[in-house]
Design a protein around this ligand. Structure first.
Ligand code: SAM
Length: 188
């Protein structure tokens, strides 16, 4: 286990796990998951509601390959250039992907493009928390965390980015006083 995993363990246990349980279960129809990592979300899907899952990562991990079910197809691609037609998926899922990408305009517009007009975008990321004190701590710790995790930014604010990309963010959730931000967004 590396230092990133050691830090993530309590966060996963106390905050992320319940958000995953609650949100990933809502995925249905034709599903796209982007940035699956080790396939941590796979166990939370309600497979009875799903026809198939396309799993995209810039590099599919061996752990994800092992966990993948026969309803899943694994595709190596960049979130900024998804190899799918417009309006293909009923659900797009990403968890802790957006916090590992610097420039989000293109990935978010790609997610919007491949999602059907009545589709849902299920997402969970690290967000900049509520409260002046916590904000200060998280902003101070952000460069350290980024170098420990190699890519993760913990102090982004997603709501305006999602709104700009054409998503309605009124049905959102946060956990740990906003340290994790997520929800089910629909196309405006
Ligand atoms: C921090 S991990 C998150 C893994 C998992 N979704 C979770 O919730 O723990 C980020 C994942 O996104 C992938 N990733 C990062 N940038 C990407 C990009 N531009 N396109 C596709 N996948 C990307 C990484 O390879 C990694 O597997």
């Amino acid at each position: 286990m590396n230092i990133y995993d050691i830090f993530m363990c309590p966060l996963e246990k106390f905050f992320l796990n319940s958000m995953r349980k609650h949100l990933i279960y809502e995925a249905g129809g034709k599903v796209l998951e982007i940035g699956a990592g080790t396939g941590v979300n796979f166990e939370y899907y309600n497979m009875d509601a799903i026809s198939d899952i396309t799993v995209v990562d810039k590099q599919i991990s061996s752990a994800a390959r092992k966990k993948a079910s026969d309803k899943m197809q694994l595709v190596e691609a960049d979130a900024a250039k998804l190899p799918f037609e417009d309006n293909t998926f009923d659900t797009v899922v990403e968890t802790l992907l957006l916090c590992s990408i610097d420039e989000l305009d293109k990935p978010l517009s790609e997610i919007h493009r491949v999602l059907k007009p009545d589709g849902v975008f299920i997402h969970i990321d690290h967000g900049l928390p509520e409260g002046k004190g916590l904000k200060k701590i998280v902003n101070g710790f952000a460069p350290v965390w980024r170098s420990m995790s190699r890519s993760c930014r913990i102090n982004k604010t997603y709501k305006p980015l999602l709104e700009k990309a054409g998503f309605d963010t009124s049905d959102e959730l946060s956990s740990g006083r906003g340290i994790f931000y997520g929800g089910i967004s629909r196309k405006k």
